[in-house]
Design a protein around this ligand. Sequence first.
Ligand SMILES: Cc1cc2nc3c(=O)[nH]c(=O)nc-3n(C[C@H](O)[C@H](O)[C@H](O)COP(=O)(O)OP(=O)(O)OC[C@H]3O[C@@H](n4cnc5c(N)ncnc54)[C@H](O)[C@@H]3O)c2cc1C
Length: 433
Amino acid sequence: MSAMNIPKSSFPRIIIIGGGFAGIALAKKLSKKEVQVLLIDKNNYHTFQPLLYQVSTGGLEPDSIAYPIRKVLKDYPNFFFRLANVEEIVPEKKEIITNIGAIHYDYLVLATGSETNFFGNTEIEKNGMEMKSIPQSLNLRSLILENFEQALLTDDLHQRDALMNFVIVGGGPTGVELAGALAEIKKGILPKDYPDLDTRRVQINLIQSGDRILKEMSEKASKKAEDFLENLGVQVWKNVRVKSYDGKLVSTETELSFEAATLIWAAGVKGAAIKGLDAKELLIRGNRVRVNEFNQVIGFNEIFAVGDIAGMESEEFPCGHPMMAQPAIQQGRNLGENLVKLLQQKPMQPFIYKDKGSMATVGRNKAVVDLKNFKFQGVYAWFVWMFVHLFFLIGFRNRMVVFVNWVYNYIRFDREARLIIRPYKRDYTRFKD
Ligand SMILES: Cc1cc2nc3c(=O)[nH]c(=O)nc-3n(C[C@H](O)[C@H](O)[C@H](O)COP(=O)(O)OP(=O)(O)OC[C@H]3O[C@@H](n4cnc5c(N)ncnc54)[C@H](O)[C@@H]3O)c2cc1C
């Protein structure tokens, strides 16, 4: 027995670090194979990150976008799950070190995903909000609501405006979807909840460093999403780069600045590399571990990486595949088949990404969808967006809960999860200066 109480087995031991899209897809492929699988995650649940913004804005309860990893694995023989944080990889010993002990592997798969990239700006990291996990989304939900409660307590208009000013940095799908959801709250919820506050003064500023939002999508999608946002009252600032944020003042590299109690940083992610495999020469741009076409980490025959953490450079994808759910799922599945082939000493199949398109929603009846040969926007796109997200959510119960919530919210123009359950401790004294 190892420190983690994993029994010895005659089958080779495959350790998967991370139960995200890639790790789960891989585990499913290995379910009935002659291997012992240990899946390790620092959370005991899988997070459906594309709907985090709905948790942050009170549209969904957090439980409906999380799924217990143990339940995914429950019928798989020779599968083990351990709740642990992997702190180091020691390839020379074929061992990983975690906060609950060390363990040996025959094959190791990194499926650790990504983390927020502040590009070294420690001030923004300290004062800004991020939205990469459920606890972070709950922090944001609390902060948004606490800001309105605070705004009610002051009669200084300047202060009140700052408390009701939301600055979102990053015009990718996350920033766009969050801005749209906040705009809908401003329109449909705040006037009812805060009749004694002039909520018309609420500002939602979306800042993009490039010349268009949703830059990974078609120009038509970008333009339409911008129109949707502006019609909802969101201020979209393009070609503006945020320089600093001290918790009160957002400064940019232009003359533009904002006094805001909330800055949400959605301007980038980087691979969640782990000590021992994080040397500069092992990584490509974006902190992703360099892998070959079989997702094998260059220089290590027994170590693989899939999903956001995997940096597979090719002519078509010189910076690796997009850090999105589909490449992660497809790489996980392909690696599952390849690991079986490897054990049977058969040649592995290179990974070929099948781009199924991309989409983003801006709010009620508004979405943009880019498929390979067909691009469309508006209400039809919104239904497609909802269907695809329901389809990829793990768990029948989650699908039902999300579906019922969406129908309810649609009919009632409501978001009932606007609850401050775990207050976010923000120092408001800085707004009293
Ligand atoms: C707000 C937001 C919105 C998004 N919207 C979309 C969208 O609309 N469409 C889309 O395709 N993609 C979207 N994405 C991106 C998508 O979620 C990711 O590309 C996808 O989750 C990557 O899958 P993964 O398996 O590589 O990593 P993840 O799903 O992030 O899973 C990584 C897992 O590894 C675990 N882990 C990490 N480090 C350790 C460690 N040291 N020890 C133990 N466990 C560890 C984590 O807890 C996590 O469970 C969005 C992401 C965010 C943050």
